[in-house]
Design a protein around this ligand. Sequence first.
Ligand code: BTN
Length: 248
Amino acid sequence: MEFRIIEHGLVDSTSERAFAALSGGQARDGDVHVALGQTAGRGRRGASWVSEPGTGLYASFVLRPARVLDPVALTMGAGLAVHGTLMDLGLVRAQLKWPNDLLIGGAKVCGILAETRGLDPARPHCVLGVGINVGQRQFPPELSGQRAVTSLALCGVNVAVGAVLERLLPHLGRELERAERDPEDTLHAYFAATGLLKQRVRVLAGEQELVARCTAVELARGLCVALDDGTQRWLRLEHVRGLYLIPQ
Ligand code: BTN
């Protein structure tokens, strides 16, 4: 995939800029909207993404694949790409948290948001928003009071925002290509990276919460879990809201 970087100063949201380019007919596959800061950065489930100018990577990738990509494989591929980037930077403690957050020492360092507006199967598109905390030394109390957050700088890695993007691009290119060519392989790579398979986990799926052992995973059938009563259940991946390793 060939990436074309489109730099912005302070914008509402890089994903909004990507959608504006898509609806204006100027967006190409591989366009990357990067901003210095965002005034209305958004996260999953209506949350906002704190985007102080110059401290984080705020990037949105325009994807215009030939056919509709599996959304689960796509977000997992993006998570794997950021995971690989953090490993390159020496952050070997970085962990993927279902479905595609990246944590270091249990604190969130990256969030990923894949969005589509109005699905036309003949001309599929997706905007993949990636936010990585790079240089922040502190976070506003309304965020840090809510959950544990960290940045590369707080983890001892002092790197420029642009250098993080440069390292991310080859990983993302490879992962997007894999998610398109062999989404099942992306899924297996994701589970290998999380170390969740064969382990006891707590699963939040729809309205239920289960404690079970993860035994298999497939795109079509989902996550197979073995319950303590000896039965097994297949849970559709898009219904799995949370998946947590139970330390032994
Ligand atoms: C999450 O809630 O974990 C997802 C956060 C995604 C944030 C990124 S920053 C770049 C892009 N633009 C946005 O408005 N959001 C995404």
